[in-house]
Design a protein. Structure first.
Length: 124
């Protein structure tokens, strides 16, 4: 349904370090890098990150978050650890979320600009 999402950030260079590390365990990488922009995905860009004069303000009550598909629970764990090691803040440790559905394994992070991120896979 959605081809891609774009977000605005204050510091593209700082953001690149965070997203390179956090998304690598999920199988995503930077596929496009230009002046003031980054594009992440597997085979095609699905997440655009752009330098913005007025990025969206972080708001924990907005309900906004982005969920990345992960291949395995181990990759969810690695996403969480890499994000924390590169400027992210914990917003929910890796684990099963039975209230989300059977086998729903996820971790939650807040990126350096305040965007809420999730990595999720179905666990057996």
């Amino acid at each position: 349904m959605i081809d891609h999402v774009s977000i605005g950030v204050r510091d593209v260079a700082k953001t690149k370090g965070f997203y390179d590390a956090a998304l690598k365990p999920l199988g995503y990488k930077c596929l496009s890098e230009g002046e003031g922009s980054l594009g992440y995905g597997r085979e095609a860009v699905a997440l655009w990150i752009n330098s913005a004069e007025h990025p969206v303000s972080a708001d924990m009550k907005s309900g906004l978050h982005f969920c990345f598909t992960a291949p395995t629970p181990r990759s969810v764990d690695a996403f969480h650890a890499a994000a924390l090691s590169n400027g992210g803040r914990d917003n929910g440790e890796p684990g099963l979320r039975a209230d989300y559905g059977p086998g729903y394994y996820a971790a939650f992070i807040i990126d350096p600009d305040g965007y809420r991120l999730e990595a999720h896979c179905q666990s057996a």
